[in-house]
Design a protein around this ligand. Structure first.
Ligand SMILES: NC(=O)c1ccc[n+]([C@@H]2O[C@H](COP(=O)([O-])OP(=O)(O)OC[C@H]3O[C@@H](n4cnc5c(N)ncnc54)[C@H](O)[C@@H]3O)[C@@H](O)[C@H]2O)c1
Length: 258
């Protein structure tokens, strides 16, 4: 179903793959245009062939303030402004805490937390200059709530990003800018490949996941675009868990004993 109140001029980080690609695809299907910002320039070019002229490839890193400012400038010049930002880019370098070195920690936290701050900063400056309000969505993770063995930097960064979204909602609401976060569970994307391809991990996943399957990327795109759209005009500072019931399924299954 299309959403006529979806934002028309957006920046999507991580738009070459997975959830970011699905969000860009959904925004374009809803009549919008997207500055697709990603490190993977080959992936951006491939996606542009699929999604057409309203997908504007802008290579760069969310860890680099100059790259981000260039993406915001591209939205202003090519789209005439910016209605929404989707902070989706993510990566993880796992390792148990006792073996983890500072650089490996920084790699993950720089992308999933500092990158969200920098992108939000420059996008919000542009929205405030234009004076029309806007909306920002942060793609966090259920690992903001549930720790992940070997993923301390990722889980702490995602929890930080979730709280950052609330802080940004508090500061930016006076400018008519809403900020919300989405917390996916397991999603069928390249990033989750090592989990999806491992039978042992998937058996444990199925034991807890109420819906017994990973999400398709489009099942994250729909709620993310909803939060950025006019249909969510009174929602700000909220965190939406989109995990197929994974988080609520972790208690022992008492149905066998009652
Ligand atoms: N797949 C899952 O199960 C899952 C679950 C919870 C949260 N998430 C989160 O969803 C978001 C999207 O992940 P995905 O599953 O679609 O993965 P993905 O690997 O398919 O896509 C991530 C994209 O981010 C880009 N990227 C990485 N570092 C970047 C940087 N420094 N600057 C710009 N772009 C960069 C990659 O090139 C890639 O295109 C991530 O933030 C991830 O942590 C994913």
């Amino acid at each position: 179903m299309s959403n006529s109140s979806a934002p028309k001029r957006s920046i999507v980080t991580g738009a070459a793959s997975g959830i970011g690609y699905a969000i860009a695809e959904r925004l374009i299907a809803d009549g919008g245009s997207v500055v697709a910002f990603d490190l993977d320039s080959g992936g951006l070019d491939d996606a542009a062939k699929q999604l057409g002229d309203n997908y504007i490839a802008q290579p760069g890193s969310v860890t680099d303030a100059n790259d981000i400012q260039a993406a915001v400038a591209r939205a202003e010049s090519d789209l005439g402004g910016l209605d929404s930002l989707f902070n989706v880019a993510g990566a993880i370098r796992p390792g148990p805490i006792t073996d983890l070195d500072g650089e490996t920690w920084d790699f993950t936290v720089d992308i999933v937390l500092r990158g969200v701050f920098l992108c939000t900063k420059y996008a919000a400056q542009s929205m405030i200059r234009a004076g029309n309000g806007g909306s920002i969505v942060v793609v966090s993770s259920v690992n903001a709530h549930i720790p992940l063995y070997g993923g301390s930097a990722y889980a702490a960064g995602k929890a930080g990003a979730d709280m950052f979204a609330k802080n940004a909602a508090l500061e930016l609401g006076r400018h008519g800018i809403r900020v919300n976060s989405v917390l996916p569970g397991l999603v069928d994307t390249p990033m989750a490949g090592f989990i999806l391809e491992n039978e042992g991990i998937m058996a444990e996943f199925d034991a807890n996941a109420v819906l017994k399957r990973p999400a398709k990327p489009s099942e994250l795109a729909a709620p993310a675009v909803f939060l950025a759209s006019g249909d969510a005009s009174y929602i700000t500072g909220s965190s939406l868990v989109v995990d197929g019931g994974y988080e609520i399924g972790s208690y022992p299954d008492l149905s066998k004993y009652l």
